[in-house]
Design a protein around this ligand. Sequence first.
Ligand code: GLC
Ligand code: CA
Length: 541
Amino acid sequence: MTQQHSRPQWWRDAVIYQIYPRSFMDANGDGIGDLAGITARLDYLEALGVDALWLSPFYRSPQADAGYDVADYRDIDPLFGTLADFDRLLAGAHERGIRMIVDLVPNHSSSAHVWFQEALAAPPGSRARARYFFRDGQGEQGELPPNNWQSIFGGPAWTRVDDGQWYLHMFDSSQPDFDWRNPEIGDEFEQVLRFWLERGVDGFRVDVAHGMIKQAGLPDWDGEQVMVEGGNRGPMWDQDEVHDIYRRWHRVLAEYGGDRMMVAEAWLRPERVVRYIRPDEMQQAFNFDYLIARWDAAALREVIDRSLAVTAQVGATTTWVMSNHDGVRHASRLGLSNPGARPQKIGIDDEQPDEALGLRRARAIIMLTLALPGSAYLYQGEELGLPDHTTMPDHYRQDPGFFRPGGEDGGRDGCRVPLPWQAEGPAFGFNTSGERWLPQPDHYARYAVDCQLGRPETTLTLYQRLLEVRRDQRLGMGELAWEPNPREDVLMLTNGDLRVVLNLGERPIALPAGRPLVQSHPEALANSMLAGNAAVWLTTR
Ligand code: GLC
Ligand code: CA
C-alpha cells in the first residue's frame, strides 16, 4: 500500500467508488458484469484516483433483488465468478493502493438460503423457524397478516406459507427478515465477517443497517414507514438494541489490523444516523440528506452545515454522496424542470430530463461535493456524466420493486444499466458479445470511456483533476469556511487555499479573487465571469 492509503483512519477523507458488479464490465460475455471484468479495469480506477471501492453484492443468490437476496454469505455467485476471482481482484486493488469494501446484507437472507429452506420444512414453533419471523395470522382462520407492516417494495410485509403461518419480509417476499434477537444470527454473522476479514477486505457496507431489530411484539404502525425527508420511521426501524450489534462488530474488526471499517446504510434523520457512528460502532454512514438536497444554495448550505455539525458531535466525518444504485442518477435528476425532484425511476411516459442541463449541473455539483471536508462516495458511471436510461420499456425491468403491488411507479433499473466503455462496438464495450442484462440507450455512446479518456474538456478528466487536487491539498481533512454569498443562488466557500464558487442560478456572476484551477465545463468562465449552472475552483495562494 502507498503511504496515502496506509494512513490511520483512512476512511475519514476517502473517496470511495461504488461498483455495481452486474453493470461494470463483463469479461465472459454473458451479459452480466463479473469480478474478472472489474479486475480488468483496475487500471482505469487507479487512473481515476479513487481511494477505495465498494462492491455491491456478488454472493450466491437467486438474484431476485440483484444480489441483495443472499443464499450463501461465504461464496461468490457463479454469475460473477469464483472465490479465486475475488482474491485476484482484491490483490490487484491492494497492489494499486486501492482499498476494497464489500456489501453485507444482514437484515434478510434469500428465501433460497439453507436456513429459510429448513424453516419452511420445519413445523411452527421450531428452532429453524425462530431464525426468522414466523407468526400465526390474525382473523378467524389466521387468514390476515400478523400486523399491518408494509414492504418497502409495496404490499404487505408478510407472506403466508403452506401450513398457514406467515413470515416477515420488509422487502421482497424472497427476502425473509432474520430475527436478530435470536443469538444464533449474531454468531453466524460474526463468522461471516471473519470470513471476509480473513480474505483481506477493508470493510463492509452494511445494508439496511437500521432495520435489523424490530420492536418486541411487532406492534401495528399507522404512520408512514418510508419518508423521503426524515428517513424511515416506525417499530421496524432504528431500535436501540441494533447498536449492540455494531458494538460487537466494531470489536471484531478491531481484532484485525489495517483499519477495517463499516459504513451504514440507514435512511434516518441525521441526528439518528450519527448514533451508528459513535466511536465504538461503525466508522461511516451514508449522508442521504446530501443526496436528497434540493438544487438550491440555502438548502445545500443548510444540509452541509448540519452534516458537519452532527458528525462532529461523535468525532466522525461525513460521507458526501449524490447517486447510488437505488435512485435516479443526479445527472438525470438535475435536468428535470424541478431539479429538486427525487423520483426513483424516470420512465418513458414521464417528463424527460434536459440532458445538457443535467450534465452541466452534475459537473458543477461534484465541484462542491469534492471540495468538502470528509469522505465522498461516487457511483460508477457518474465520472462519465452518465444519465439514467429514462426511456427503458417496462418489459426490460427487473427490479422486484416494480412487480410488487403498488410498485409500478418504482423500478431502479434506469440507474443500473451497463457502463459504456467504447463508443463503437458491441454493448458499448461492456463486453465483446453484445449481450447485456439491461439495454443501454443509444446516447450512451457519447459518454463512453474511450471518447473521454485523455480529453481535457470531458467529465472524466474533470473528475480526475478534482480528485488529484483534492488529494494534493488534503481537502478531505480540511476545514470549510463559508464566504458571504454574492447572490442568493450562489455558494462560495474556502477550504484551505481553495476557493469554490458554485452558481446554481442562470445568470453569470463576477469571479472573486483567485487563480482558476478547475472549471466545471469549458464555457464556465468568460471575461472574469462564472456562467450559470457552473462552478470553479480557484487558488488563493
Ligand atoms: C438496500 C439496497 C437495495 C436493496 C435493499 C434490500 O436498500 O441498497 O438495493 O434492494 O437494501 O436489500
Ligand atoms: Ca459475465
